[in-house]
Design a protein around this ligand. Sequence first.
Ligand code: ZN
Length: 242
Amino acid sequence: MIGILADIHANLEALEAVLAEAPPCERWICLGDLVGYGPNPNECCERVRKLDAVCLMGNHDAASIGRLDLDWFRDAARESIVWTREQLRSEHRRYLESFADRLTLDDLTLVHGSLVAPLVKYVSSELDAEAILDRMNTAICLIGHTHAAEYFARIGNSPCSRRHGMARGGAIALEVGTCYVVNCGSVGQPRDGNPQASYGVYDATRRELAIHRVAYPYRVTQDKVKRAGLPAWLGQRLAEGR
Ligand code: ZN
């Protein structure tokens, strides 16, 4: 089994809750935005590194190591990146520098945003998903970036359809002849109305991709956000899942 993490955003409480609940996985994937927004960038780097996870570069990771301009970000995001740059220890900066923009791992294509623009493009419509489906060489592409658990499926050559309703978790039975773009949601800053941390488990043998939600003590994270002097909204939104 493969454990799928995305958009952890330096939220250690959410990450620990996910890792405590997840079934044993032979391999872990982190689809970008390991840091940014949250108060524990170094601790989250350390924890994901310990998992020996296959890591993709997110826009916040890239900005935190100076690879993406701050002009791409507004307000609270920009403020948190400036803060993260100051906090990041050099070993973790080097770790983030090693992340790939896109990867193929067995039967999975991995990217933070979209194959059209790996770091910054949001997949928020069927059209956005089609652009990935047209470019991938595997049956499944795993993405992050929007912080919403959902997926898109294309059967044969027919237009792809969007499957909402994964915000409470659920399993996708992967059909032969169908291609998928799957967002397993965000570990550390869910934006699909459910404040619980979101992660995925891919079972290639059973041909199943499950999305799980797990409650975590977000008040602890909110407190850390406050004490770090990060924008208050970054704490508030954790309670609302948006
Ligand atoms: Zn993100």
